[in-house]
Write a protein that binds this ligand. Structure first.
Ligand code: SAM
Ligand code: SF4
Length: 475
């Protein structure tokens, strides 16, 4: 099947899966001159309609440098973010179960030949203990992360680990959604992963630029670009319709990466009728024994990074945007206004990191934000956001295209806002420090008062149930 859009031509191979044809993207980037302000404003008007942007619309917007126009671009991103997500922010924590890895990614501390990292794959009891700690902090969602499997950490190990996390009950809480970020699987194995009841399957292409990809992936299965770039095709074919994409920014020209990511998204939409559930925007961070990470080949400065977040929000308004604790608290705050809808908090990136003191000799990369979940919650509520621990959609089968159908006309708000309110109320009663609770209760009242009539009605009823002692109230 051939899809032609403006000057871009994307070959969409439904049966063979996605691969990127780079030439048209480079051609477009090479011919870009200073964008015309009328054109930029027309594109920002288009974005305000909340229908997203075409891939070719991004080219002039990426080139905006004029401070006034850039401020308008950021203001539009803020408008789109608030129109769709309101003040909600979904919170989660990563759970690293193993740092053993058979690949040789030159930017990652877990790479196979790195002798500076102490290797560890957690036992099921250790995973249960880590889970208990996360539950006691107040988490309801985790992102399970591992290196690419060794014989002993095969898919069976991952499936067992997921079951362990779901099986832990600690006081009034439990983990209600396990997302995973693990190496690509076969379609058959993706079916097994779906059977484990995961939320989102995430995988980052790292870089869509073939040459750079070959230069930084020096050994193991991950050297195969197509095996990785077609992972989401296989996952969707296996029925995993909530999938997450990402780029590791700092490896190749960010403007190229953004166009490539959009091409991938359009391929998924055309082939499966649904794009990614989430997009992650990790930036290369220093990592022990990974020299490439100290000196990124294509560094992305803070301003460009904010532009990336804003442009993604304009281009794919209904896709969740995830910001991890790789970034500092100050920068994370800025990205919240521009489009980020999910953040991690209180994270450790070493297996066993929640149980033990910080062990940097086992971490994947260094973190920019070391605050606890409670501190992050206090901060974001002060900024006017409302933390959400909601896991309702996937537990009620609202995934993939069903989720998008509900999200696009804005109907999802009647679910998301009340669910955010009830899960935040749970957090405040069960886990918050007194100061966070006092501030949070006030924020929650204001949040409910600002909802539309029907959402506010649901929210009041659900919050009242939580206050009376019910837990896990969602719709
Ligand atoms: N091993 C699996 C894989 O590579 O797909 C999944 C987990 S890997 C631990 C998760 C992600 O961490 C990678 O996809 C990569 O984008 C990111 N990462 C690796 N090294 C990093 C670094 N130095 N700074 C920031 N992110 C990094
Ligand atoms: Fe292994 Fe993933 Fe790190 Fe590559 S990024 S070395 S595959 S853990």
């Amino acid at each position: 099947m051939m899809v032609t859009k403006g000057r871009f031509m994307t070959i969409v191979q439904s049966s063979a899966g996605f691969d990127l044809h780079e030439a048209p993207l480079w051609e477009y980037l090479a011919t870009t001159s200073e964008p015309d302000s009328h054109h930029v404003r027309a594109l920002l008007d288009k974005a305000r309609d909340l229908g997203g942007l075409d891939l070719e619309d991004l080219v002039p917007l990426m080139a905006v440098e004029d401070p006034e126009l850039l401020a308008e671009l950021f203001a539009t991103a803020r408008f789109v973010k608030e129109s769709i997500y309101g003040r909600r922010l979904v919170l989660f924590a990563p759970l690293y179960v193993s740092n053993r890895c058979s690949n040789e990614c030159s930017y990652c501390a877990f790479r196979a030949r790195n002798q500076e990292v102490v290797r560890r794959a957690l036992s099921q009891e250790e995973i249960a203990e880590e889970t208990r700690i996360l539950i006691r902090d107040g988490h309801k969602r985790v992102l399970l992360v591992a290196g690419e499997s060794h014989a002993r950490d095969s898919l069976d190990y991952i499936l067992e680990s997921i079951a362990t996390v779901y099986g832990v009950k600690e006081g009034p809480g439990e983990i209600r959604r396990v997302n995973v970020n693990i190496a690509p699987l076969t379609t058959e194995d993706f079916r097994r992963l779906k059977g484990a009841g995961i939320g989102t399957y995430q995988i980052f292409q790292e870089t869509y630029h073939h040459d750079t990809y070959a230069q930084v992936h020096l050994g193991g299965r991950k050297t195969d670009y197509r095996w990785r770039v077609q992972a989401i095709d296989r996952a969707m074919t296996a029925g995993l319709d909530d999938c997450g994409l990402g780029v590791l920014f700092g490896l190749a020209d960010w403007r190229f990466e953004l166009l490539a990511l959009m091409t991938h998204i359009r391929h998924l939409e055309t082939t499966f009728g649904v794009g990614p559930h989430t997009i992650s925007v990790p930036r290369l961070e220093p990592a022990t024994g990974a020299p490439l990470a100290q000196q990124p080949p294509a560094p992305v400065d803070d301003r460009s990074f904010l532009k990336i977040v804003a442009l993604l929000r304009l281009a794919v308004p209904y896709t969740g945007l995830i910001m991890s604790t790789r970034e500092t608290a100050a920068l994370r705050r800025e990205t919240l206004a521009l489009g980020v809808s999910q953040i991690s908090a209180g994270s450790r990136t070493n297996p066993g990191g929640y149980t033990a003191d910080r062990r940097d000799d086992m971490s994947q990369f260094s973190l920019g934000d070391h605050r606890s979940l409670d501190e992050v919650i206090q901060d974001i509520t002060r900024l006017g956001y409302v933390p959400s621990f909601c896991t309702g959609c996937y537990r009620l089968g609202r995934t993939g295209a069903d989720f998008m159908d509900l999200a696009r006309p804005g109907d999802i708000k009647d679910h998301c806002d009340p669910n955010a309110a009830s899960t935040f109320q749970e957090y405040l009663m069960d886990y918050a420090t007194p100061a966070t609770r006092a501030q949070g209760e006030q924020a929650l009242d204001g949040f409910i008062a600002g909802m539309g009539d029907s959402a506010a009605r649901y929210a009041r009823t659900m919050v009242a149930k939580v206050r009376q002692g019910r837990r896990d109230v969602y719709r």
